[in-house]
Design a protein around this ligand. Structure first.
Ligand code: SF4
Length: 300
């Protein structure tokens, strides 16, 4: 059995920066209430590690960042790597909270692009419904229209001076298809593709896995970029593509009979967790024994 360790994989710069920001905040505000507005990055093991540092994560499915703010009265609030809308920022400031902003610079760049454009036109923003990054972008202005699928375009009437842009962690294949659908409806629109480099490079590395017959993607099922890696693997024709959170979730049947197994991970997946999966596969390849490596004590 051959094991391909896909490069690049795992943490991106934006995630490293967000985690370092959280750690620094915990060090500097020890003993004070610290809340994180949503999962700092979409990986529950990272969130659990932050909880151990004294950072309480506020996350409730169906609740917006703006609504989650109602649960904090004082102390520090950390905005996650996905960014927030201006309304969230203003509400946190009005409550007198100490704001720590861990928004990824790539997300901020897309927000700035949108903010500049809504002064003189409409924006079609391709993104996932209920995703915090999309929530932050759409919250910039009523002139930002979320496009999650072709059907969303049918609800739109005439728009002015249209800019098409997108969430940073989408599939490069799906995004292109939706950009084309937007251009069909608004032929004079200008498209500015904003998938970040980290996402693009990880997806392209999976697209180039022509020799692999099995792909293991390590990451949290709530992570958009992690899910996209599996989807890209399927579209690239890899016969078996599975997503697991860690080595303990790998089943022998996932890998049995496959000759070339590629391993990659989402940009929010700690390297220590992916290393455990690779170790499990290497041990299986050498000895024939399937003994998943347990989670490490600390992942960040
Ligand atoms: S995946 Fe891209 S946008 Fe998201 S945190 Fe990483 S670098 Fe930033």
């Amino acid at each position: 059995m051959e094991i391909i360790k896909v490069v690049p994989r795992g943490y991106c710069q934006g995630v490293v920066r967000a985690i370092q920001t959280a750690e620094k905040t915990a060090r500097e505000n020890s003993g004070q209430p610290i809340h994180m507005l949503g999962m700092i990055v979409h990986n529950r093991f990272v969130v659990e590690a932050c909880e151990k540092l004294g950072i309480h994560c506020l996350e409730a499915r169906g609740k917006t960042r703006l609504e989650l703010l109602d649960e904090i009265d004082h102390g520090t609030v950390i905005f996650t790597a996905h960014g927030v809308s201006d309304a969230v920022y203003e509400k946190a400031a009005a409550k007198g909270l100490h704001i720590v902003d861990a928004t990824c610079p790539d997300v901020r760049k897309t927000h700035d692009l949108i903010r500049d454009h809504v002064a003189h036109g409409d924006v079609l923003y391709i993104g996932k419904k209920n995703h915090p990054e999309a929530e932050g972008a759409v919250g910039i202005s009523p002139r930002v229209h979320l496009i999650s699928c072709r059907e969303d375009l049918e609800e739109l009437g005439p728009l002015e001076n249209v800019l098409i842009t997108n969430q940073t962690t989408l599939s490069i294949l799906d995004n292109q298809a939706l950009i084309e659908a937007c251009l069909k409806q608004y032929p004079d629109a200008v498209a500015q593709e904003e998938i970040c480099n980290a996402t693009t490079m990880r997806q392209k590395a999976v697209m180039n896995l022509s020799s692999a017959d099995c792909l293991i993607v390590v990451g949290d099922p709530h992570s958009n970029n992690t899910n996209q890696l599996r989807e890209i693997g399927i579209k690239a024709g890899i016969p078996n593509a599975v997503l697991i959170e860690n080595a303990m979730m790998l089943k022998e049947s996932d890998i049995l009979g496959y000759e070339t197994i590629a391993v990659t991970s989402g940009s929010s997946t700690p390297n220590a967790i992916t290393d455990g999966v690779i170790e499990t596969l290497e041990h299986y390849s050498k000895t024939g024994l399937f003994e998943p490596v347990p989670l490490p004590d600390s992942v960040i």
